[in-house]
Each structure stands twice: as C-alpha cells, then as structure tokens.
Write a protein that binds this ligand. Structure first.
Ligand code: HEC
Length: 165
C-alpha cells in the first residue's frame, strides 16, 4: 500500500516537473524570440535609411523625398538593374565599375540619382565622382534612364544594401 502511494506521488512529481519545466522553457523561448524580432526590426529600419548628409552631386536631382522602403518599387528596380547596370556592377566585387555594396551608406540618394541619370556631367564636375574615376579605366556611360526608373533602381540599391549586411 505504502509502496503504491510512493509510486503515485513520484509519478505526479515527475509529471509536475515536466509540465513546469516545459512551461518555463516556452516562456523563455517566447521572450528571446520577441527580443530577437525587435532587434531585427530596428536593424532593418536603420539599414534602410539613406545617407542624409554629404554631397548631392551635380545633375538634375537636387532633393529626394525620404519615404519608407517600398518593396514594389524595389522589384521594378531589380529588373532595370539587371538589364542596365549588372554588366558593370555587382555587390561582391569590382567589375567594370565598383561594387555597389553599401553604396547608399557612402553616397546620398541625390548623388546616386545624378550618377545614374547624368554620369558624364558627374564625371566632369563632381569632385567625388572625379576622384572615384581615377581607379577605373572606362567611365560609366549614360543609360538614358527616366527619373522614375532611376528612382526604382535606387530603391533596389537600398534593399540590397540592407540584405548584404
Ligand atoms: C559601362 C559600365 C557601367 C554601367 C553600364 C553602369 N556603371 Fe555605374 N559605374 C561605372 C564606373 C566605371 C564607375 C566608376 C566611376 C567612373 O569611372 O565612371 C561607376 C560608378 C557608379 C556609382 C558610384 C559608386 C560609388 O562607389 O560611389 C554608382 C552609384 C553607379 N555607378 C551606379 C550605376 C547604376 C545604378 C547603373 C545602372 C543604371 C550603372 N551604374 C551602370 C560603370 C558603369
């Protein structure tokens, strides 16, 4: 009789421990994943920010409205990037032109737009573009982009820069 009660008690004890242990684990997991999500969200927002101070370059674009990241626009930008830019640029290494990894952190969005829309004016008049061109034997060419097309590519560069970090 005593023995049986002991067995029952110790069973309950084990069940209780498992149940408690389980709950504790779950709670801990939930807390850490919540914290991790918050980190991801704030890192993403920071990575998607444009460089706001610095030269805006020389060309048709003098200001860009700073809007929240637009994934649809970036999708249009990918296609344009592949057909107009990928023969000279990627995000891993130097091709005909420099790697564009981190470019939205190095240059203001206006500067990048002006480089896309009118590279020959930039290479003639903008000190940073001139300095950069010293390392490259053939210059960036004009691609005849519309301003909206350049804006879509810029949105893709913004996305790539956040993904590559
Ligand atoms: C024919 C090759 C070529 C094509 C096509 C080309 N580029 Fe370039 N790009 C260059 C070169 C070379 C440079 C370096 C400056 C120079 O010497 O002209 C450059 C520089 C740049 C820079 C400045 C990078 C930095 O580190 O500051 C950006 C931004 C850029 N290109 C974006 C683009 C985008 C976006 C496209 C497509 C719309 C594009 N380029 C198409 C060759 C090219």
């Amino acid at each position: 009789m005593n023995k049986r009660i002991n067995v029952i008690l110790s069973c309950m004890g084990i069940v209780g421990m498992i149940a408690c242990g389980g709950n504790g684990e779950n709670k801990k997991e939930n807390d850490t994943s919540k914290a991790a999500n918050q980190n991801v969200a704030s890192t993403d927002a920071a990575m998607l920010d444009f460089k706001s101070d610095g030269s805006k370059g020389v060309g048709p674009v003098s200001t860009i409205e700073h809007k929240a990241f637009d994934a649809q626009l970036a999708n249009k930008g990918v296609e344009l990037f592949v057909s107009k830019c990928a023969m000279c640029h990627n995000f891993e290494r130097t091709l005909v032109g420099p790697s564009l990894d981190g470019v939205v952190k190095r240059r203001t969005p206006e500067w990048i737009m002006n480089m896309m829309l009118d590279p020959s004016t930039m290479l003639e008049k903008d000190a940073d573009a001139i300095a950069l061109s010293k390392d490259f034997s053939s210059p960036m060419i004009s691609l005849g982009l519309q301003q909206e097309e350049a804006r879509a590519i810029l949105e893709y560069l913004r996305e790539r820069n956040s993904a590559s970090k």
